[in-house]
Design a binder for this molecule. Structure first.
Ligand SMILES: Nc1ncnc2c1ncn2[C@@H]1O[C@H](COP(=O)(O)OP(=O)(O)OP(=O)(O)O)[C@@H](O)[C@H]1O
Length: 272
């Protein structure tokens, strides 16, 4: 169990640790704009994300959380430094479908059924479709048994996000990149999806990198929390959350949980 001493001295994952890495980022700089009018979004970011881990990302608004996620996904030009995804550049990882993205909005095609939305990635590109997940099994995994023929407008916001998660998992990505996926949901739905996401993580073994503004959500889900500070975006702390899995929502009322959230809240105030 966590002690106050653990919280004061969180254990950063040493750069170059021998565990197999899903993502390795070294001295990453991201600058936007033209020369002479550049804006530095991220500066000298180095972090290692172990395979199979669940990393949550916190930090003040505009500190570069989404930008960092987008670097892993090959959606942002890297100004300096390096990003490697399972040992290869993000472009190759994208071509190999190593990762999938889930955004705050489910972005389902409104005219397609739940099942057809989940199957959408299988229709794009030339890949060995036999290696993909069974869409019906995925719908069961995300708790949408029997809703495969429903249209998106017939679903609640939480159900639409479940469809988005199933769609992301259909190509069996090794990494799931999630950018505030539950940010627009009511608290009860969010809590339920938090528990379910932990179950999905356990059952699939997928590495998850999850951006959130909620400290309790970051602590409840994360095996590690990556805290970024702003102006420019840098790593403030990469800490292991020393709370056991499986985790149930009641854990949020424990002293150990509250100690971790208090530590992160104080840290967040230093980051602004
Ligand atoms: N394509 C872009 N061109 C120019 N500036 C950008 C671009 N993308 C992001 N930025 C800037 O980089 C900074 C980091 O943005 P980012 O969206 O990564 O922050 P964030 O931490 O995810 O913010 P929030 O928590 O508010 O979602 C911001 O100042 C943003 O305006």
């Amino acid at each position: 169990m966590m002690s106050a001493a653990t919280i004061k001295q969180p254990q950063p994952l040493p750069v170059g640790e021998t565990a197999r890495l899903a993502v390795s980022i070294r001295d990453l700089d991201i600058r936007f704009g033209d020369k002479g009018n550049e804006f530095t979004a991220l500066s000298k970011v180095s972090v290692d994300i172990p395979e199979g881990s669940f990393v949550t990302m916190l930090g003040p608004s505009g500190c570069g959380k989404s930008t960092l996620l987008r670097c892993i996904a090959d959606l942002v030009h890297i100004s300096d430094g390096s990003v490697s995804v399972f040992g290869r550049p993000p472009r190759q990882a994208r071509e190999g479908r190593d990762f999938a993205f889930v955004f705050q909005e489910a972005t389902l095609l409104p005219w397609r059924s739940v099942l057809d939305n989940v199957c959408l990635p299988l229709e794009v590109g030339r890949h060995d479709k036999s290696s993909y997940a069974d869409p019906m099994k995925l719908l069961a995994l995300v708790g949408l048994n029997g809703r495969e023929n429903a249209l998106p407008h017939e679903l609640s916001g939480g159900m639409r996000q479940r469809v988005a998660i199933a769609r992301a998992l259909v190509t069996k990505p090794r990494i799931l990149l999630m950018d505030e996926p539950f940010g627009a949901l009511d608290e009860i739905t969010r809590d339920k999806l938090n528990e379910e996401l932990l179950r999905i993580w356990r059952e699939t073994g997928t590495t998850i990198v999850f951006v959130t503004h909620s400290i309790p959500e970051a602590v409840f889900l994360g095996e590690h929390v990556l805290m970024l500070q702003a102006h420019p975006g840098r790593v403030k702390e990469f800490m292991k959350v020393d709370l056991p899995y499986p985790r149930a929502l009641a854990m949020r009322d424990t002293v150990d949980f509250i100690k971790v959230t208090a530590h992160l809240r104080a840290l967040l105030e230093e980051c602004i």
